[in-house]
Design a protein around this ligand. Sequence first.
Ligand SMILES: Nc1nc2c(ncn2[C@@H]2O[C@H](COP(=O)(O)OP(=O)(O)O)[C@@H](O)[C@H]2O)c(=O)[nH]1
Ligand SMILES: [Mg+2]
Length: 256
Amino acid sequence: MSKIYRIFVFGPLGSGKSQLCNFIFMKKVFDARPQSCSQTVDIFNTKRNGLNLEIIDYAGYTEYKAENDLREIMHELKDKKLNSLDLFLLVINPFYVRYPSDTKNYIKLILNTFTPIEFFNHLGIIFTHCYACLKEKLRKNIDIIVMQLNQIFEELIGIKNNPNIILPKIYEIDTELDDNEKYIEKYQATIDVLLLNMEKNYEICGEISIQDIKFGGVNERLENEVIKLEESKDENREKKIEELIKKYDICIHSFS
Ligand SMILES: Nc1nc2c(ncn2[C@@H]2O[C@H](COP(=O)(O)OP(=O)(O)O)[C@@H](O)[C@H]2O)c(=O)[nH]1
Ligand SMILES: [Mg+2]
């Protein structure tokens, strides 16, 4: 059976997770709504560019019961024999610069279950709501949030000059486009780049095995965590990424 890439989508309530999932699927299967307070976890499969994707649209985080939730969903995945993860996708609405304080606590929870290297080498960050006409205004917010995230990651994981870590990419999209074809194409191409980078990281670091997860047992597993990062071997993929970025003028940042 061919590889299924399993994507764990997380982020604050109402940041645009479900709508992003629909955008990736190119049809409405996830429950997205204004003032969304959906606390459910939806898991759906699709095929895109020949990749089998399974997307877990995780309940938005609020302070309460987050830890139990996370354990529960991992147990659920184990029970269903969905035994690996390939991408943590952090979804952020750049209108709210105050999110990162919640985000820090949440990432701490994730790091109770996954090792820093598992988490970080499989992380992508997406800013939603990036309306073209508001780009200038949002730029400042995005910069502030990225700076805060950078601090959080440095504090929790020690990302700077860490030879075991691939710095995550940061993407910008708008999923509420009605029929503005030019931008739909651009942002769909952004998703293509995201998926190509996910494939690349899979090639370099493999997947996260959920079967091996011992809850609260991260420290035990940490000891073995020295990996040698290599460059991706698929030159075709690199070329495709470059072409898409150039053709659609896609904005992708990386942590410095
Ligand atoms: N303009 C715009 N609105 C968005 C975008 N993403 C989400 N929204 C709006 O935000 C609402 C909540 O989104 P939803 O995906 O349900 O958020 P979730 O709680 O993170 O799953 C949606 O109904 C949309 O109205 C986006 O990229 N651009
Ligand atoms: Mg949702």
